[in-house]
Ligand binder design. Structure first.
Ligand code: AP5
Ligand code: MG
Length: 212
């Protein structure tokens, strides 16, 4: 089983991926989370990626493709859930090629549709667990104990790229570089659109129906 999550920054990919991966025993591969772990560990890759990420620009394709290819080959539970990859047509084509070589393909690609106004509201109020990456929101998705993760108890943090200027750039980059990826999957015939603007629970229900 290989599922791809598509959608703008703040669309709810990470929120839904956490629940779905647990329920269906999928390996959740979130490229943003993997990059933030590299940054936190001060690796060479992390140092190179940080400036792109803080500005809200995409990390170069060759770096991202290398990062994902290695992990597709590893042991992967009952399947893989890709969250945040592919984000350019070049990444989508590289993924297709890697899957053909492995004699498999993407089973479902899910597009979470959310208006720009709502995306800005969500990103402005987001807090994230730096340990398990679970996202929270000041209004829509509060932790039980203020500023502590419900799952692992870590102190929540605000992402550098959730500052207004970086958010503006991320939305621009999404519109120019990532929306063509939707056409790629639309043509492939397995793209399903989910109304991501509903409550977290309602999105979860529609997602379950879309995956079947
Ligand atoms: P990444 O971490 O992937 O960021 P993103 O795509 O910008 O997406 P977000 O994580 O911001 O949003 P999300 O859709 O996961 O929403 P969430 O569930 O958190 O990437 C970061 C950076 O890494 C990129 O900018 C780039 O530099 C680099 N990068 C990563 N992948 C790359 C690639 N493939 N190629 C090149 N560069 C790459 O929800 C957001 C908020 O809303 C939370 O507060 C949540 O609690 C709340 N919320 C969620 N759902 C709902 C709902 N239904 N109702 C109300 N609130 C909700
Ligand atoms: Mg995310």
């Amino acid at each position: 089983m290989l599922i791809v999550f598509l959608g703008a920054p703040g669309a709810g990919k990470g929120t839904q991926a956490k629940t779905l991966a647990q329920k269906q025993n999928l390996t959740h591969l979130a490229t943003g989370d993997l990059l933030r772990a590299e940054v936190a560990a001060h690796t060479e890759l992390g140092l190179a990626a940080k400036a792109f990420m803080d500005r809200g620009d995409l990390v170069p394709d060759d770096v991202m493709i290398g990062m994902i290819k290695g992990r597709l080959e590893g042991p992967n539970s009952d399947g893989i859930l890709l969250d945040g990859f592919p984000r350019t047509v070049a990444q989508a084509v590289a993924l297709d090629e890697a899957l053909i070589t492995a004699n498999t393909s993407v089973d479902r690609s899910i597009f979470f549709k959310v208006s720009e106004e709502e995306l800005v509201r969500r990103l402005a109020g987001r807090a994230t667990c730096p340990n398990c990456q679970r996202p929270y929101h000041d209004t829509f998705n509060k932790p039980q104990n203020t500023d502590r993760c419900d799952d692992c108890g870590s102190d929540l943090v605000r992402r550098e790229d959730d500052k207004p200027e970086a958010v503006r750039n991320r939305l621009k980059v999404y519109a120019t570089q990532t929306t063509p990826v939707l056409d790629h999957y639309q043509k492939g015939g397995n793209l399903v659109e989910v109304d991501g603007e509903q409550s977290i629970d309602a999105v979860q229900e529609d997602l379950a129906a879309a995956i079947g």
